[in-house]
Design a protein around this ligand. Structure first.
Ligand code: ATP
Ligand code: MG
Length: 296
């Protein structure tokens, strides 16, 4: 090997050494970057775990306080019924036995006592219905919506007759649900459709339903007074009413019961409307049993 060959080899070796060093430095830099990214990722995972734990704790709190509130509503409503029964019974006895001992004004006052007690009785019953949606729910079985509506119409007969209301439905599908709760839902929606009407107009309510993918989509359409856009979400909140009791009677619990029933079925309820153009209530229900909330 000549001297120039050796020099050539040495230069090649040096170049290779320099290239290796550069590669090693690059590797070190990449490793550092990877380490930093790993650290950031670990911190992010930790942060998320903490947030998830906090969320789970909040959900537990919420479920507990919901349960307590439900229990309170049930006990309060239930225990209020006994004294109320006394007020109703004794004011009836007073009216029957002692009416002669009272002047016209006294009898009028007694009438107010009975009316007040009766309306409180209605309110308490509605509150009990609301608190029982979760605690006294029935089994989910295959329900023919036509039959559910026939049963609802039987209950509503006395209410619908004076209004000459026309309620139309036919050929509706079947789905898995709690039939008594579905009936209660339709009773509330049809009763509202007939109640919130322009005076003198014949109420017409049309109920349609169709299966769509895994959902049953139900619509309850009326030709009533309609609802302003800004109130569309609020009406499902308990005691939320858009009119005075003198304009349209009611306590504002009906739609809260509907929403609770739909929640228990794992579905959704909402409404489209415009003042003076009627309302269309939409319901989407899973066609088969939901995973949760099957029994009481
Ligand atoms: N079909 C409808 N057309 C127009 N407004 C409606 C209709 N349904 C409900 N609303 C409005 O939503 C409010 C809440 O309805 P919800 O059924 O909860 O109460 P309510 O009928 O007043 O009382 P309750 O049902 O307890 O007797 C009603 O007071 C009314 O203002
Ligand atoms: Mg109502």
């Amino acid at each position: 090997m000549s001297v120039s060959d050796i020099e050539l080899l040495q230069r090649k070796l040096e170049r290779e050494r320099a290239a290796r060093k550069q590669a090693e430095q690059l590797l070190e830099q990449k490793s550092r970057e990877l380490f930093q990214r790993n650290e950031a990722l670990r911190e992010e995972v930790q942060r998320r775990e903490l947030t998830e734990a906090a969320l789970a704790a909040k959900a537990d709190d919420l479920a507990r306080s919901n349960g307590e509130l439900q229990q309170f509503a049930y006990v309060a409503s239930h225990d209020l019924q006994a004294p109320l029964r006394n007020i109703v019974s004794f004011s009836r006895i007073l009216t029957e036995r002692y009416a002669g001992a009272l002047d016209a004004e006294g009898q009028e006052f007694l009438g107010f006592v009975r009316e007040g007690a009766m309306s409180m009785h209605g309110l308490i019953n509605d509150l009990l219905d609301l608190s029982r949606v979760e605690t006294r729910g029935g089994q989910f079985v295959q329900c023919d919506l036509n039959r559910v509506l026939d049963d609802a119409m039987e209950v509503l007969e006395l209410e619908l007759e004076p209004a000459r209301a026309r309620v139309e439905y036919s050929g509706l599908p079947s789905l898995q649900a709690d039939p008594l709760q579905l009936q209660k839902l339709f009773e509330n929606l049809i009763s509202n459709a007939v109640k919130f009407q322009t005076a003198g107009q014949q109420p017409v309510v049309r109920i349609t339903a169709r299966m769509e993918a895994h959902e049953c989509r139900i619509e309850v359409l009326d030709n009533g007074i309609g609802i302003e856009a800004r109130h569309l979400d609020q009406i499902f909140v308990i005691f939320r009413r858009l009119h005075t009791v003198d304009e349209y009677p009611g306590t504002g619990i009906g739609l809260a019961i509907c929403r609770k029933i739909i929640d228990r079925h794992g579905g959704r309820i909402w409404v489209d409307s415009e003042p003076g153009r009627g309302s269309r209530f939409h319901i989407a229900l899973p066609a088969t049993r939901p995973e949760v909330g099957l029994t009481a």
